[in-house]
Design a binder for this molecule. Structure first.
Ligand code: ADP
Ligand code: MG
Length: 573
């Protein structure tokens, strides 16, 4: 067939196919128009799964009598005027496509009355062609009735699901708008029965009660996010996040309860869904999903709403910032407001024998890891080290202690390494590694070599408390780290670990990971320790199975027996 330009009818049918996928798409487009018209009341009626009838009535500004026909011309819109406007869209509609598209696949009747007009206008279109027009009285606002949807498009009709399914799609669309616009009174009638009605009070919780019911509403937490990072002066303003999230007690088994509104536009976004789910990490049982209503406000220039035929997806200029801000906002709401166990508090409040308890989640850096460590589990200790009495510290690096048989000089770093190493291995074997969830996931960029290791070692690393997921472009998202490393430069530790795992023969991966974590979190040489800290370290060392060497195989201590001492000092035994 030679190339030729398609005729108008075919073109409009193709275009309609993109905008009007199913009855619920018509409902969405008509509600968009009503909201753009500034309506405070919108009533939706559907019959026969939306195929026989969809009628949307609003009290918005109406369409002036002289413009009603124009509204059905393709690319006719009152919402944008030029190319610059396209860069900064504040209305829900802007393409001038919805009414002509719907008209090309259904029969439409409009009754509208604009502000200041004494009488309204009735216009009827069949197959996209005007069939009737006259004056008709009605209060200010617009009613659009769509009948016999897809009657002329049998292929589309055939692919529609059952009436019940189409009705549920319609109900979902109206529910989402009710959540996005609590100040608007929405009513939905399906086959003559009212299935939804919001008060239009402006309070989100009232919409939630209507959409999700009282029980869910009672368990919703407000997002009151104030971005401290922004206040402290980062370069780009993060988006403002408002809305509500369900406490983990009201989780659902599907993902259908996550609603995202960007500048009040209902959108779907796998990325944001992930951000929210990540924020619930550790709070929901596996297979459970949260309920969330997330409003994201940001300057119109920072989001492109013109990327999807049905405007159901958007593109953020700074996707990562939106991701992390949403996640932080949700996490904060959960942590501050939910009466639930928080993983941040696992293993945090150990009070050292000296009574100087350290809480890991306090921002101040603890001067020693010793005080933050929970005591080693009281297992049957292989006591290969006698009870020791601490005498003092040498060069801020060695602990001098006395045992039943002489003097012990203990390398504090090596000894602590051994303690931690055994503790880590033990926790891992019991699958009880202490994990510190990060309030906000941290992106880590790795080199190709490191990436190769990382890709094949997610599980090994996860067993030790690193929760890592790919984020594209050699970038990974870390959402949790071993408690022991939380206060350390764990990014550096992780990279070093990947490097060491990529070099040489590493048959024993898990051992290498444990060694690396132990080494980096152990108390350093040169660090002054209090008597209590030294006593605690020795007490823990007494309980490990192999106290005499560090995990690298170096000695942890030098022992001078009484006999040796006497010999050294030239005394007779
Ligand atoms: P768009 O919304 O992209 O402008 P539409 O085809 O949906 O395109 O609508 C075309 C025009 O008709 C709108 O720009 C608006 O001026 C007018 N219009 C449609 N519906 C309504 C309504 N409910 N109230 C007031 N004006 C409306
Ligand atoms: Mg529109």
């Amino acid at each position: 067939m030679p190339i030729k330009v398609l005729n108008k009818e075919v073109v409009s049918r193709i275009a309609a196919g993109e905008v009007v996928e199913r009855p619920a798409s018509v409902v969405k487009e008509l509600i968009d128009n009503s909201l753009d018209a500034g309506s405070s009341q919108i009533s939706i009626e559907a019959g026969g799964g939306g195929v026989s009838l969809i009628r949307v009535t609003d009290n918005g500004v109406g369409i002036p009598s002289g413009e009603v026909e124009l509204a059905f011309d393709r690319y006719a819109t009152s919402k944008i005027g030029n190319l610059e406007d396209l860069e900064c869209i504040s209305s829900l509609g802007f393409r001038g496509e919805a009414l002509p598209s719907i008209a090309s696949v259904a029969q439409i009747d409009v009754v509208t009355c604009a502000a200041g007009e004494s009488v309204g206008t009735y216009l009827s279109l069949k197959d996209g062609v005007i069939a009737d027009r006259r004056s008709q009285g009605r209060p200010q606002g617009t009613t659009v009735a769509v009948r016999n949807l897809f009657r002329k498009v049998p292929a589309r009709l055939k692919f529609l699901k059952s009436l019940a399914t189409e009705n549920s799609h319609i109900a979902n669309v109206v529910s989402q708008y009710a959540l996005a616009f609590p100040e608007v009174r929405f009513t939905l009638f399906i086959d003559g029965r009212q299935t939804l009605g919001t008060p239009g009070s402006g309070r989100l919780i009232d919409s939630v009660i209507e959409v999700y019911g009282l029980e869910v509403a009672q368990n919703m937490l407000d997002i009151k996010h104030r971005d401290r990072e922004w206040e402290s002066g980062v370069a780009v303003a993060p988006p403002e996040i408002t809305g509500m999230v369900g406490s983990p007690t009201v989780s659902r088994s599907g993902r259908g309860y996550l609603s995202f509104f960007v500048n009040r536009r209902w959108i779907s976004s796998r990325l944001l869904a992930w951000a929210v789910e990540e924020a619930y990490h550790g709070l929901l049982m596996s297979g459970k999903h949260p309920i969330a209503i997330i409003n994201i406000s940001l300057p119109h220039q920072e989001v492109d709403v013109n990327i999807h035929p049905a405007k159901a997806e958007v593109k953020f200029q700074n996707e990562r910032l939106v991701f992390s801000t949403v996640q932080r906002a949700v996490r904060q709401a959960l942590i501050e407001l939910a009466p639930v166990p928080k993983i941040e508090e696992v293993a945090t409040a150990y009070v050292s024998p000296s009574g100087r308890g350290q809480v890991l989640s306090t921002p101040a850096r603890s001067d020693s890891n010793l005080t933050t460590l929970p005591p080693v589990a009281p297992q049957i200790p292989a006591v290969s080290l006698p009870i020791l009495r601490v005498l003092g510290q040498l060069s801020n690096s060695y602990i001098i202690a006395e045992g039943p048989d002489g003097l012990y000089l203990i390398d504090q770093h090596a000894a602590h390494e051994r303690i931690l190493f055994e503790k880590i291995k033990d926790q891992r074997s019991r699958q009880e590694v202490e994990v510190q969830g990060l309030l906000e996931p941290v992106t880590v960029e790795v080199n190709p070599k490191q990436e190769e290791v990382l890709k094949s070692r997610y599980e090994d690393l996860a067993e030790f408390g690193f929760s890592i997921a790919p984020f594209g472009d050699r970038t990974y998202l870390v959402r949790a780290v071993p408690v022991l490393l939380y206060r350390q430069d764990w990014t550096a530790v992780l990279k070093e670990l990947l490097d060491s795992l990529s070099d040489g023969d590493k048959t024993n991966w898990t051992e290498s990971i444990a060694i690396s974590i132990a080494c980096h979190s152990a108390v350093r040489a040169g660090q002054a320790l209090t008597d209590d800290e030294m006593r605690e370290l020795i007490r823990q060392l007494e309980q490990v199975a192999l106290p005499h060497t560090c995990p690298h195989g170096r000695p942890t201590m030098i022992h001078l027996s009484s006999g040796q001492l006497k010999k050294e000092f030239g005394r007779a035994g």
